[in-house]
Design a protein around this ligand. Structure first.
Ligand SMILES: [Zn+2]
Length: 254
């Protein structure tokens, strides 16, 4: 592991419930960020600046001019470059001790299973339903905590799925295949800082998982209405017939 300048994180170390021990867990933490759009940019930036030691980043897109308002790691001169490569440079400029694996391809199920090996927490920053369902399945199989975020128009939401704990709901308990018509921001628009708000929430939740701080969002989804300037949390029930996490599903150990 590269040497971190621990003095840099004095404001974390001074936090009563985090301290030097918590910062050490952040520095030894391995987080995977899937999707380097508006959520992944904000989350990745705060994870890097907070001292996370290992990041796996995944996206297969090149940077487009329409990305720039909310994908805050990218500059006008980066248009046309691969998101993974520009993200790697930007995050290592913030935290030179950060070790990054950049995966510049669409990962299939087998590849996703391989790349999540040794990952402590996964951030789903993708913008399509099929990817979200696949990532949830893989995280459940791996028993890896999953932080799921979404943003569209003036709204966003965040949920934490503790696949590493028994009896917890999963993404497929919240959404079913019938919800396949989830919208994306290309068609519906997105106010740029709303994506940042959700990405920052995801980074906060990831740091809490790494450091063992508890969260209300482990059984709830946090819903932000940027237009009204309000937020609410709604409980997520574990579905007894969930195709991913139901207790009697073959292969379940709970
Ligand atoms: Zn489930």
């Amino acid at each position: 592991m590269k040497q971190h300048d621990t003095n840099q994180f004095a404001r974390h170390v001074g936090l009563p419930r985090l301290g030097a021990e918590g910062q050490a867990k952040i520095i030894s933490g391995h987080v995977m960020v899937i999707g380097l759009g508006g959520l992944g940019a904000a989350a990745g930036l705060y994870l890097a600046s907070s001292g996370v030691g290992f990041l796996t980043i995944n996206d297969f897109d090149r940077i487009d001019a329409t990305n720039l308002p909310r994908q805050i790691l990218f500059r006008a001169g980066d248009v046309g470059e691969y998101k993974t490569e520009v993200t790697r440079s930007a995050l290592q400029a913030v935290n030179p001790a950060l070790e990054i694996v950049a995966l510049n391809q669409r990962l299939d199920e087998k590849e996703l299973l391989q790349t999540t090996d040794n990952v402590r927490v996964v951030l789903d920053c993708t913008d399509n339903f099929a990817s979200r369902m696949l990532i949830n399945r893989i995280c459940h199989e791996r028993r890896t905590p999953l932080i799921s975020g979404a943003a569209i128009r003036f709204e966003g939401q965040v949920a934490v799925f503790r696949h590493d704990k028994s009896g917890m709901p999963c993404y497929s308990c919240l959404y079913t295949d019938r919800d396949d018509n989830l919208e994306n921001c290309a068609g519906q628009g997105i106010l740029a800082p709303v994506a940042g708000t959700i990405g920052c929430m995801m980074a906060t939740e990831a740091l809490k998982v790494l450091t063992g701080l508890c969260s209300d969002l482990e059984r709830k989804v946090w819903i932000y209405d940027g237009l009204a300037g309000t937020s609410q949390t709604i409980a997520i029930a574990k579905r007894p017939d969930c195709p991913v996490c139901r207790p009697d599903r073959p292969g379940q150990e709970y």
